[in-house]
Design a protein around this ligand. Structure first.
Ligand code: ARG
Ligand code: ASP
Length: 717
């Protein structure tokens, strides 16, 4: 019924699907499900797909899209039963698993399995979103927009158009609407979501399985991680989204995926359906140069230091290990990816590939006077824009990674913004601040954070000249003779932000003046004032100019590409990628196979590293070869690799076979392929998938939670 409500209002909306038919630069791609039919469906069929385009995406009947959710804002998940059971990655549920963990109930270490529905754990704040439908709304949002407008005028007109459209569409429906630019703002789509809020944790393997290989193996193949966790969506009696309540009932989805345990072979068709976050495939060469030479190295350097400190502290105490584990994983993840990205881009000679492309593009411009007129100024303008602001852009990296890399400062920012809110009654303010502080202090280790501040501030101070430093550095110079150790010590000893008792004392009155005088808040205010007065004005113009240039360049690249279709950069909207099961050759003389097995876990254990601990029970299952119906040829498959183009946000995405059955859960990419966010190399880029048979084996044989399999539809032969 709600469907109809949307469709009716949509009679107004003209469907304007630009079918960009052009020549692909390389393989890869993340395609809009709604446009599959016109763009890639044929190619998918040729590669083995057995479904119709309507089976994949339809607004008239249930289709695969109805089994897929955006999980928690940054991952993907899929429904695997008609009773709201969903699977995603362990690392996607990690924050929740960690929040439920204490020294007494250490679910991170030991895993968690609800043995019946009443044991499932609620997760306030966690949501999952189903896409109801998407549509091209370019004519509506770009109505009245002209190329003479400034970027600000353009954006504010688009905002006004959104309001009008929202009113027309969302009259009585309880959906969330989102509008997203595609092809750098040449096209706009509207997304209608149904958002569920009562999501309970059902099961998670111990970290020795769910995070096996830890940061040592992260972003690497061959891989042996059982990276999955299970949640259940709850709804009200009418199967609609509702806040948590004990008597909510399991959600009945329009579609859930069949699970196929017949196994995968090399070259099998695969498809990944999920929410990739962010790619930058159409950049100008100078932007790629900035990433390789400045942006990534800076981030890596700062995080190297931060991680070394965290690691040392986590090894000293179990309490700190639990407090910092989720944060550590997050910091380490970007750090390692950027290292792979630099290597991959260098190996591909990405800057040269771009400049060659640009010279071909210029030749193409020269063939036509109108083109020449329209686009000739693009490259010179790109060049000056990047030249003028690269130091500012770098300073922005230092602010985010080092100043806001200190947890106390990020928390101070939240407290300060909340305390400033004049709309809140004193009671409400008190309640909000005290709940924020409980969440914060549970996982805050002041000693580690103080060491992080000392080390990161020192690097910022040494690396950037004075004009790119916030004022508080002058205090460190004058009062502390640039002794960062002493500075950090004093700041942490005095601040109300760094100590729960002092914070609670302050909270009794929540005096804003006192908060403003706090040394950590002072650092925050100094950084923000520097950012807004010194960096932002330059970066604002720079970013605006780049938006204009990138939009124009994208349009030109689409024209230049002729008959092949270019996919729009990922932007956290639902996409389909397709590829084949397969290994690769990372270097001369080395061939990686596409599948790993449980034996490999024991091989890794033999190496003896901390990341390779193996649960005795898992070992026993391996030595007894007790694989149930999940093994194959006396081995237990664990992960496989395939050539689907994926990125951050695709974690937890279903990996499906030609029939649309679930064969695995996507969770990573390989080290040699992490540059695929900027440039895709079909010979090197692989997505890493948890073999669904391993997940079922762990649930059933390892955890003894086999009762969960009763609600799944398992394809055995
Ligand atoms: N590389 C995976 C992705 O980007 C995350 C794996 C999380 N595990 C970890 N050891 N940090 O999300
Ligand atoms: N691990 C990533 C994720 O969490 C996936 C990737 O970047 O390939 O989304």
């Amino acid at each position: 019924m709600n469907h109809r409500c949307i469709k009716k209002s949509f009679a107004l909306v003209l469907f304007f699907s630009i079918i960009f038919s052009t020549t692909a630069i390389a393989d890869g791609g993340m395609w809009l499900p709604m446009l599959l039919k016109d763009q890639k469906y044929q190619k998918m069929k040729e590669n083995g797909l057995k479904l119709s385009a309507e089976d994949i995406y339809s607004i008239n009947q249930s289709s695969l899209k109805d089994a897929i959710v955006q999980f928690g804002g940054g991952c993907t998940g899929e429904l695997i039963s008609n009773e709201g059971l969903l699977i995603t990655n362990h690392h996607c549920g990690y924050g929740q698993i960690q929040k439920h963990s204490t020294i007494e109930h250490d679910y991170l270490t030991n895993g968690f399995w609800a043995m019946n529905r009443t044991e499932e754990l609620p997760n306030p704040g966690l949501t999952v979103s189903f896409l109801v439908q998407m549509s091209d709304v370019s004519p509506h949002l770009l109505k009245g927009v002209s190329s003479e407008m400034s970027e600000n005028e353009r954006l504010s007109l688009i905002e006004q158009n959104k309001v009008i459209l929202k009113k027309a569409v969302n009259d009585t429906c309880k959906y969330e609407l989102e509008f997203e630019p595609f092809y750098q703002g040449n096209q706009y789509f509207m997304f209608v979501y149904e958002v569920f809020k009562d999501i309970r944790l059902v099961g998670a393997p111990p970290s020795s399985i769910g995070k096996f290989g830890g940061d040592t193996d992260n972003w690497m193949w061959p891989r042996h991680t059982g990276d999955f966790s299970l949640f259940r969506i709850y709804a009200d009696k009418n199967n609609k989204p509702v806040d948590y309540a004990v008597d909510n009932v399991p959600y009945v989805p329009k579609k859930s995926l069949k699970i196929d345990i017949r196994g995968v072979k090399e070259n099998d068709f695969t498809m990944v359906y999920g929410y990739p976050g962010h790619t930058e495939e159409y950049l100008f060469s100078d932007a790629v140069r900035f990433i390789v030479e400045k942006r990534d190295p800076t981030r890596i350097k700062l995080r190297d230091t931060k991680l070394a400190i965290m690691r040392e502290q986590m090894l000293k105490s179990d309490k700190v290990r639990i407090q910092l584990s989720s944060k550590y994983a997050g910091v380490a993840n970007g750090w390692k990816k950027w290292m792979g990205e630099i290597r991959g881009l260098e190996r591909m000679n990405a800057v040269a590939v771009k400049t060659n492309f640009e010279s071909d593009f210029e030749k193409w411009l020269a063939q036509d006077e109108n083109r020449q007129k329209e686009y000739a100024d693009l490259f010179p303008k790109f060049k000056t824009t990047y030249q003028n602001a690269s130091e500012h852009a770098l300073a922005r990296e230092y602010i985010f990674e080092s100043v806001f890399g200190v947890e106390a400062i990020t928390f101070a920012a939240k407290v300060y913004k909340t305390a400033q809110n004049k709309d809140l009654t004193p009671e409400k303010l008190n309640q909000m601040l005290s709940s924020m502080s409980q969440g914060f202090f549970k996982d805050f280790d002041a000693t580690t954070d103080q060491m992080v501040m000392e080390a990161l501030f020192k690097i910022y101070y040494q690396d950037m000249i004075e004009v790119y430093q916030p004022d508080f550095f002058r205090t460190v110079e004058k009062k502390y003779s640039a002794n960062f150790e002493k500075y950090a010590h004093d700041v942490f000893a005095k601040s109300i932000i760094t100590n729960e008792e002092r914070f609670n004392m302050w909270l009794k009155k929540a005096d804003l003046k006192k908060l403003e005088a706090d040394p950590i808040v002072q650092i925050y205010l100094s950084a923000i004032s520097f950012y807004t007065t010194e960096l932002a004005p330059v970066l604002y113009l720079h970013d605006n100019e780049l938006s204009v240039l990138n939009r124009k360049y994208m349009k030109a690249q689409l024209e230049f590409a002729g008959d092949s279709v270019l996919f729009p950069d990922a932007n956290f909207t639902l996409r389909v990628a397709f590829g084949k099961v397969g290994g690769y050759e990372p270097k001369d003389g080395v061939v990686y196979k596409h599948q790993t097995t449980l034996e490999g876990i024991l091989e890794k254990e033999f190496i003896g590293a901390y990341d390779y601990e193996v649960d005795p029970k898992l070992k026993k299952l391996q030595s007894d070869k007790d694989f149930g119906i999940y093994g194959q040829d006396q081995t237990m498959p664990v992960c496989f690799s395939a050539s689907n183009h994926t990125t951050g946000g695709n974690s937890g995405s279903p990996v499906m076979n030609a029939e649309g059955h679930l064969i695995g859960v996507n969770f990573d990419r390989n080290w040699e392929g992490t540059m695929s966010d900027v440039m895709y190399d079909p010979t090197q880029c692989r997505n890493i998938v948890l073999d669904i048979r391993y997940a079922l084996f762990i649930i059933d044989k390892f955890a003894g939670a086999g009762y969960l399999l009763n609600e799944m539809d398992i394809v055995k032969n």
